[in-house]
Design a protein around this ligand. Structure first.
Ligand code: MN
Length: 293
C-alpha cells in the first residue's frame, strides 16, 4: 500500500486576473514533495459569480488577459461554469461542465483565459482545477497544441462493488483509455466514490500520486483522513492506493511517472536551466511567442 506522506489544507486564496479565485494547492517551488511531473495545481472551489447584463455599455469579461507560457502543459478541468480560451498559435474554444482543455504551451504561446460570454451573462457557480504538467526536456520546445476534450469523449468506468465511478481524463483505468495525448505516462481520474464504499486503485509503483478532495471525506491507505479542499501526497514506492468513503466523495486522483529532470521555473516559464528561462524572457520581449489576433 502506498504510504500517505501528508494531508494539506488549502492555503489562502488569491485572484488570477479577476476571474479565478484559487488556492494554489502546490507549485513547482515545493521541492520537498513527490509531485513530479506535476508542477502546479490551482483550485477554484465553487464560487458564485453574479451575472451581468450585456447592453450597449462596456461589458467586461472576467478572467486573465494575454500572458505567456513555455515548457509545460496547462490542463483546465471545468467542474462548473465556462471558460473561453484563445492563444497565439490559433488554439481556442470554450469548455463547460465536464470538459477539459489541454494546452501544450511547448515552445511558447500567449493566451488568455476568460469566463465565457454566456457564463458572464447568466452568472452562477464556478468551479475549476488548473494543472501544470511538466514536459520532458526533449519536448519542452515542441510546437504548441490545443486539445479540447469534451465531456462526452471522456470514458467513464464503473468501479466494482458499486464503489463509484471514474472519468478517465488522461491515461487509463481498468478497460478505459482516455483520448488525451500526453508526453509522459500520466493518469487523471475524476472520481466519485459512493457512500460506504472502498476501492483499491492500482498505480504503477514508480508513479507519484496526488489526490485533491473536491467534496466529502475519505480515508486513504487505511489511516489518513482527507476532507473537502485538502490535498494528499504520498511517499514513493508501492502500488496500491486504498480509498474508503462513508459518504459520497468527489476526488481528483493524479498519477505520473517522474521525469527526474532539473526544474527551473520563473512565473509562467518552467525549463531545465536558468539560461533557458532568460531565453524565454528575451523571446517574449522580441515577439517570438506571437500575439493574440
Ligand atoms: Mn495561463
Amino acid at each position: 500500500m502506498k504510504k500517505v506522506a501528508n494531508v494539506f489544507t488549502a492555503p489562502a486564496k488569491h485572484w488570477v486576473g479577476n476571474g479565478f479565485h484559487v488556492a494554489s494547492m502546490f507549485s513547482y517551488k515545493d521541492k520537498d514533495k513527490n509531485l513530479d511531473p506535476f508542477l502546479l495545481m490551482d483550485y477554484n472551489e465553487p464560487k458564485f459569480f453574479q451575472g451581468g447584463r450585456r447592453d450597449n455599455s462596456a461589458f467586461d469579461l472576467r478572467g486573465v488577459g494575454e500572458h505567456p507560457h513555455r515548457g509545460f502543459e496547462t490542463v483546465t478541468i471545468a467542474y462548473q461554469g465556462e471558460v473561453s480560451h484563445r492563444d497565439s498559435y490559433g488554439g481556442g474554444g470554450t469548455i463547460g461542465t465536464g470538459d477539459v482543455q489541454w494546452m501544450t504551451a511547448g515552445s511558447g504561446v500567449m493566451h488568455e483565459e476568460m469566463h465565457s460570454e454566456k457564463f458572464a451573462k447568466e452568472g452562477g457557480l464556478f468551479e475549476m482545477v488548473q494543472l501544470w504538467v511538466n514536459l520532458p526536456s526533449k519536448d519542452k520546445m515542441t510546437a504548441p497544441k490545443y486539445q479540447a476534450i469534451k465531456s462526452a469523449d471522456i470514458p467513464v468506468v464503473t468501479l466494482p462493488n458499486n464503489a463509484g465511478s471514474v472519468r478517465v481524463i488522461a491515461g487509463e483505468l481498468l478497460d478505459a483509455k482516455s483520448p488525451a495525448e500526453t508526453f509522459s505516462a500520466i493518469n487523471m481520474w475524476d472520481t466519485t466514490m459512493n457512500a460506504n464504499s472502498a476501492y483499491t486503485f492500482s498505480v504503477p509503483e514508480s508513479h507519484n500520486v496526488i489526490i485533491l478532495l473536491l467534496d466529502g471525506t475519505i480515508q486513504v491507505s487505511g489511516n489518513a483522513v482527507a476532507r473537502r479542499g485538502e490535498l494528499v501526497t504520498f511517499e514513493r514506492g508501492a502500488s496500491d492506493v486504498l480509498i474508503e468513503a462513508n459518504n459520497t466523495a468527489k476526488l481528483l486522483i493524479l498519477t505520473g511517472e517522474p521525469l527526474n529532470e532539473l526544474v527551473v521555473g520563473y512565473g509562467p516559464f518552467v525549463m531545465n536551466s536558468r539560461e533557458e528561462i532568460l531565453q524565454a524572457i528575451r523571446d517574449v520581449k522580441t515577439g517570438k511567442f506571437g500575439r493574440l489576433g
